[in-house]
Every structure is written in structure tokens, then in C-alpha cells.
Design a protein around this ligand. Structure first.
Ligand code: 13P
Length: 292
């Protein structure tokens, strides 16, 4: 299956009321785990890297590894740059072969967010089928370099969402609706479902223009996830969950095998833990079995 951009994949998800899992990885083993699970579960899939692991591993290495793994896989797959706050770096990753870019201008004022996001969109679209995700409002918590305190978080104003999508030309739209990056601090985070439904109606009510994205998947209860999918959430971002699984499995393996010095076995334990979580999410989101 050719490597694809995210828009077509997510329009199909929005039309058929399922969501695609977008999994943040910090190394190649996790990338392998996600793609192997997608093949096993016959699910379309999005691999994401935030800026710190992208810079650490280098985008050209990540693109090469992604293409080597995804090109022969019989499922559609995208490589997405997540929460990029630097427009020049976003353009650089698009030039190198990322298939989807999130420019995060959520900390800029509205006009500046529109202006810079528009520039990134124009660059990506000039290159070909590279799609762009934009965000309006701010998601609380910590995702890589983007930190937003709970009292700073600002939900997306539905009245401005269509203007934002039209003026920027973004292909995918991430409205802040009360989900948070990282582990939720309360058992029942306040998710504004009505706001999400209103935004879906305003942006995609007359046909899917920009599929809606949900950030902060980790820790959401299954019924919350299902409700957001039913309301139009087409891409669910999951990061912390995979980090916890990978680190816990590594720690447990080393603790149980303190005198064994075999990195491959440690990697394998971490990989299996990631596979289990990705599989859980693919079932929950309804994307298992949806690869054409
Ligand atoms: P979590 O770390 O809460 O799963 O959020 C992931 C995310 O939204 C990445 O953009």
C-alpha cells in the first residue's frame, strides 16, 4: 500500500464513523510495533513524532525508516509531524518526506496563527499531497515542548472555527474541547461534547472539509472515546499511553533479569507492550479491519 497523506484516510473515517489511531513514537522499535499492529489488525494508521524525538533521531532517518516499514505494508500509513511550533522546521520536515504536518500556532493570537498556518499549508500543498493539521484553542498538559497549564487552556471558539479552516486552508482541524495531554489529573475530565458537535456541524456539516482531530487520547474512558468518534472525531492522538507501556515493560524486564545483558530482549519486551496498547486503541476506535 503506498504511503499516503492523512486527509483521504481521515475523510473515509469521518464518513464511516470510525477514527484512525495516531500514535506518537520516540524510537524505531515503537514505529515497528505500531506498523506491525496495523498490519495484523488491518487498520489504517498514522505514526507521529513530536519535535524533540524528531530532532534527536533526525527527520531524514525517521522518514527512511517509515518508508522502509510502511511501503511494503498492506495498509495505508502516514508519517505526521506533531505539534510543530516552528514553521521553518515544519517546512523542512515536509521537504524531507513527512506526509502530514501539524503546525501548532495555538499559542499565537488568532491573526498570527492564521497567517503562519496558511504559509505552512501553502508550502505543503505546493510540494504535492502533504496535508496539514491546525489547532484552535489550547490543549492543557504537556506534549513535548508545548506546555499549557490547566488555567491557561482555552477551548476552541466554534464561531471562529470555520473562519480559521477557510482562511488557513488546513486539511485537518484540531479544536480544543477539554481533553488534555499526559495523564488526566481527575477521574472525569470535563470534555465539552456539545462544543465538539457544534464545531463538526459548522466545519463539516455540508460534507467533510477538515476532519476533526482529538488530542490527549491517553486516559480517556472508552465511553468518552466512542462518543467523540460518533460525533465526528476522525483521528485520535495517543502518546503518553505508549510511553508508559514501553517504559514500564523495560523497567519490569530489567528488574526481573538483572544479570542478563541482552538489549534485544529488553527491546522485545517494550515492543510487545506497545503492540498490546496499539491493538487496544485500534479496537476502541473502530479502525481495525478498515484498511482497504
Ligand atoms: P496523550 O499523551 O494524552 O495521549 O496525548 C497525545 C497527543 O495529543 C499528541 O498530540
Amino acid at each position: 500500500m503506498p504511503v499516503v497523506s492523512a486527509k483521504g484516510m481521515l475523510v473515509d473515517a469521518a464518513v464511516h464513523a470510525y477514527a484512525v489511531g495516531a500514535f506518537n513514537v520516540t524510537n524505531i522499535i515503537q514505529m515497528e510495533a505500531v506498523i506491525e499492529t496495523a498490519v495484523e489488525r488491518r487498520a489504517p494508521v498514522i505514526i507521529q513524532t513530536s519535535m524533540t524525538p524528531t530532532k534527536f533521531l533526525r527527520p531524514e532517518v525517521l522518514v527512511a525508516a517509515f518508508r522502509a516499514l510502511a511501503a511494503p505494508a498492506p495498509v495505508p500509513a502516514c508519517l505526521h509531524l506533531d505539534h510543530c511550533t516552528d514553521a521553518a522546521y515544519a517546512r523542512h520536515c515536509a521537504d524531507l518526506g513527512y506526509t502530514n504536518i501539524m503546525f501548532d500556532g495555538s499559542k499565537l493570537d488568532f491573526e498570527e496563527n492564521v497567517r503562519v498556518t496558511r504559509e505552512v499549508v501553502e508550502h505543503c500543498h505546493r510540494l504535492g499531497d502533504i496535508t496539514v493539521e491546525g489547532e484552535l484553542g489550547t490543549v492543557s498538559g504537556v506534549e513535548d515542548q508545548v506546555r499549557v497549564a490547566e488555567n491557561e487552556a482555552e477551548l476552541c471558539d466554534p464561531a471562529r472555527s470555520r473562519e480559521y479552516v477557510e482562511r488557513t486552508g488546513v486539511d485537518l482541524f484540531a479544536p480544543a474541547i477539554g481533553t488534555a495531554h499526559g495523564v488526566y489529573l481527575t477521574e472525569n475530565p470535563k470534555i465539552d461534547f456539545e462544543r465538539f458537535a457544534r464545531i463538526q456541524e459548522i466545519v463539516n456539516g455540508n460534507g467533510i472539509v477538515a476532519p476533526l482531530i482529538v488530542h490527549g487520547g491517553t486516559g480517556l474512558k472508552p465511553e468518552v472515546v466512542r462518543r467523540l468518534v460518533a460525533l465526528g472525531g476522525a483521528k485520535f492522538n495517543v502518546s503518553t499511553d505508549l510511553k508508559l507501556a514501553s517504559i514500564d515493560a523495560t523497567y519490569e524486564y530489567i528488574t526481573a533479569h538483572r544479570t542478563e545483558y541482552n538489549p534485544g530482549k529488553i527491546d522485545s519486551a517494550a515492543k510487545q507492550a506497545v503492540i498490546a496498547r496499539v491493538s487496544y486503541w485500534m479496537d476502541l476506535l473502530g479502525c481495525a479491519g478498515k484498511a482497504p
